[in-house]
Structures are given as C-alpha cells and as structure tokens.
Design a binder for this molecule. Structure first.
Ligand code: GUN
Length: 305
C-alpha cells in the first residue's frame, strides 16, 4: 500500500481562509478586530523566524498583530509587567510568549501570569486542567492542528487505538487528552517505553512528537494506519552538495522515516508541509475563539476542539 499524503499546507490555507472569513464578518457585525500580542525575549534565530511568520499571517487574516521584542537580559519583573499590561488591554485577545525563554526567566511563572482567557497557546495551568477534565479551554496549537487533520481524514476517531510518542507539555500530553476526548484508546509512549516497536504496531493512529530524526521506521507501522509526524529535524544532506562556505547542505525530516512509512501507512503527513503549517493556522483560530468568548459572541465553528 502507498499512503495517502495528508497535505497540511493546503489544510492550513483552508483554516486561515475560514478564520479570515469569520474575522471579516465579526468586524462588519460588531466592529471588533481580534488582536494577537506576541512577546519575544532575545534573538534566537529560529524564534525570530516563527515570530515574523506569526505576525505576517495574523495581519493576512485581518487581525491586529502586536509584537513586543525584548532584550535578552530583560528581567522577570519587566516581563511580568508587560504581561499584566497585555492582560488588561481590551484590544489584545490573545497573548503568546515565544518559548524557549532565556535561562534566567522562569517559564512556568511567566506562562501562568497570562490571563487564561488570552492564553492562545493553551499552556496556562488552568487550560491544562480544563482540557484534562474535558471542559472548554484554550487548546495548544500543534495538537489542535493534528486533531483537525485526523478528524478531516477519518470523520469519527471513536474506538481507534492511538499511540502518541513523546510526553512533552506542548504536544504529547495535550495530544493524548484530545484523542481521549474523541474516544480513542490512547497510549503515551516515551524514551523508557518497553518494546516501542510492538506498541506502535498496534496503533491505528501514530502521532510522533519526540524530536529525533527518522526514529520511527516503516516496519513499526501497522498496515493502513494514519501517521502524524510532528517532528521537524534538520539533518545533513551530502547528496545536495555543499554551501558556499564549504559546509554540507541540510534538509528537514520528521520523527518518522517517511520513505518506508509511506509504503505501509494508509495516510501520512510529510515533513515539511504536514503538521508545521497547521500550528500557526490554529494559533489564528485560537485568537478568533478567544476574541469571540471575550465578547460573549458565538464561537467559530470547526475551529475548536
Ligand atoms: N516555541 C516552539 N513552539 C512554540 C509554541 O507553540 N508556542 C510558543 N509560545 N513557543 C513555541
């Protein structure tokens, strides 16, 4: 069997179009423009790329984007003061503090200082608790994007066996909660899991989110299973030659060995172009959801968990 490719790039474009459409209606009917504030501390190059991309896409769907770039040595007190200011600002419906933060800042304290209703990352302890108890919450963007793609592909996920490889707070744990919420039988596997190949072989749905290049071979995948690859790993690609400075060219790969898994799986997300584009699309969806809730308006349909 050759797997169907789940096109995250096209799906994300569809989600953004839905968000843009609903933002336009919101503006027309109530005069409200959703606003997203993104806070970046320091100059981590990867974070700068993400933040630029978030700002651009926020404006493209008709929302206001507020970017706060702080020096790498910003104190915890100054960062918390900015969060207080954004919490109190009625034009700001979503707040995202880009992670990782410089080492001298306490990530838990900072995240938990965000008003949970504006926590569009879904990382605040209140949102984690609400998701875990099946109550209305803000849902982390990457797992929400994975869930949307799975629902789109399968319709109902009820009764399916799902394995989430990776137990991070950002992806693995919330992903497992969402799959449980959709009535899957969920296993969370991690670096200490005994006989990981056997655990993966039982799964109808495999979500790989460990951050290790191509660690899941096709031989582990049950024939016909759906594979969602969250990994984005840069590896050397000597077959592409060298750069001007003599260094070896690189390429992006997932946590799954795509070439072999695509021979066994029923459907698979590629890297790049799978889960990646869905994350920012879901951030925009969450910002619209937060704006609607703040203004006691009906929530956007199909854009929440
Ligand atoms: N850094 C990498 N991914 C994320 C994310 O989803 N949210 C935030 N705030 N920081 C990140």
């Amino acid at each position: 069997m050759v797997a169907q490719v789940i096109d995250g790039k096209a799906f994300a474009a569809k989600v953004r179009a839905q968000v843009a459409d609903q933002v336009a209606k919101l503006k027309e009917q109530s005069g409200i423009t959703p606003g997203l504030a993104v806070v970046l501390v320091g100059e981590d190059p990867a974070s700068q790329v993400y933040v630029r991309s978030k700002g651009k896409q926020t404006v493209e769907v008709g929302m206001n984007s507020y970017e706060h770039k702080l020096e790498v040595d910003t104190s915890q007190a100054d960062l918390l003061a900015l969060i207080d200011q954004l919490n109190a600002d009625p034009a700001v419906h979503g707040i995202l503090v880009q992670l990782p933060l410089p080492k001298h800042l306490n990530e838990d304290l900072v995240i938990n200082a965000i008003d949970p209703a504006k926590d569009v990352d879904g990382f605040h302890i209140s949102n984690v608790g609400l998701l875990g108890t099946g109550q209305k919450s803000m849902v982390p963007c990457t797992p929400l994007g994975c869930l949307m793609m799975l629902r789109d592909h399968h319709g109902s996920l009820s009764g399916m066996d799902a394995v989430v490889i990776g137990r991070s707070n950002i992806v693995g744990k919330p992903m497992a909660q969402l799959l449980l919420g959709d009535s899957c039988t969920v296993t969370i596997a991690h670096s200490r899991t005994k006989d990981l190949p056997d655990v993966v072989r039982r799964a109808d749905i495999v979500v790989a989110a460990v951050g290790r290049a191509e660690m899941v071979p096709g031989a582990w995948i049950k024939p016909g299973a759906t594979v969602i690859d969250v990994g984005i790993n840069r590896i050397d690609a000597p077959e592409k030659g060298t750069n001007e400075d003599g260094s070896v060219k690189t390429r992006l790969v997932g946590d799954v060995d795509y070439a072999s898994a695509a021979q066994t799986a029923g459907a698979i997300t590629p890297v790049p172009g799978g889960v990646g584009p869905m994350t920012i699309a879901c951030l925009l969806a969450n910002t619209l959801t937060a704006c609607c809730r703040a203004n006691k308006l009906p929530e956007p349909k199909g854009l929440t968990a």
